[in-house]
Ligand binder design. Structure first.
Ligand SMILES: *Cc1c(COP(=O)(O)O)cnc(C)c1O
Length: 252
């Protein structure tokens, strides 16, 4: 595919997603400026990401630390490009994540919080973080069970390099809206509860929920960030099971 047509496909995909986000906001009586589109770039190569940057994207979501780090180094010449980690973090990777990530959306253990905080302090950096919640109840999904989140968040002020911004979830993978929607509702209700008794310094504004297959539903339920990969960059060569071990969702 020529460079030109690849860029124009990217550009029209982006325009289409923005139109759909705006329409979903309109239906929900929400302001589209309150919904952030986080492009998810896992498996997408550097040349296409440079095209995306040229089209104005300044944030990229990546699932794996190693891939994200390699890309961030290769594209270090691009000013103001933020790398957002959205996948499970093994504690032994915290040191690398702390170097280049601007945001981490999958915090789900005190061990990871402590490891990140230590590494960030060493490097004199801070990191925006979202707490990942398992709203679908599937054993294969990362994230804290909803009933453990309040107690977890109470411990986070101890980690001063972590700037807690809100919550993140992956809904059940299903075409059945009546199964997907309750996951988003659960996350929103949890945020309301946390807002009432959040510790000082903890801001619970962000609800990162919704992907290519379900972002409109997530917006209807209050998403402030939608994480969209395939609908922008096209299909990935690797199956989703590479990112969510034990993945056994219904095909969409
Ligand atoms: C890959 C990924 C996405 C985007 O998925 P698409 O279905 O391609 O939009 C969103 N969130 C997480 C955590 C991911 O790993």
């Amino acid at each position: 595919m020529s460079e030109h047509s690849s860029t124009s496909i990217l550009s029209s995909n982006l325009a289409a997603i923005r139109t759909r986000i705006a329409a979903a906001c309109e239906r929900a009586g929400r302001d589209p400026s309150q919904v952030r589109l986080l492009p998810v770039s896992k498996t997408v190569d550097e040349a296409r990401l440079r095209d995306a940057y040229a089209l104005g994207l300044r944030e990229l979501g990546e699932n794996k630390v190693q891939e994200a780090q390699a890309k961030s180094e290769a594209m270090a010449d691009l000013p103001e490009l933020r790398w957002v980690l959205i996948g499970h973090l093994q504690t032994n990777k915290a040191k690398y994540a702390a170097r280049f990530a601007s945001e981490f959306q999958a915090l789900d253990s005190l061990r990871a919080a402590a490891a990140l905080d230590t590494q960030l302090q060493k490097q004199g950096r801070a990191l925006d973080v979202l707490v990942q919640v398992n709203t679908s109840g599937e054993a294969s999904k990362f994230g804290l069970p909803p009933d453990e989140v309040v107690a977890f968040v109470r411990q986070l002020p101890a980690f001063s390099a972590l700037r807690v911004r809100g919550l993140m979830t992956l809904a059940l993978f299903s075409d059945d809206e009546s199964k997907v929607r309750p996951c988003f509702v659960r996350l929103r209700e949890l945020r309301e509860r946390l807002r009432q008794d959040a510790p000082d310094g903890i801001v619970m504004d962000e609800l990162s929920m919704g992907m290519s297959g379900d972002f409109e539903l997530a917006i209807a339920e209050g998403a402030t960030t939608v994480r969209v990969g395939t609908a922008i960059f096209g299909h990935r060569p690797t199956p989703d099971s590479a990112y969510w071990p034990g993945f056994a969702g219904e095909p969409r």
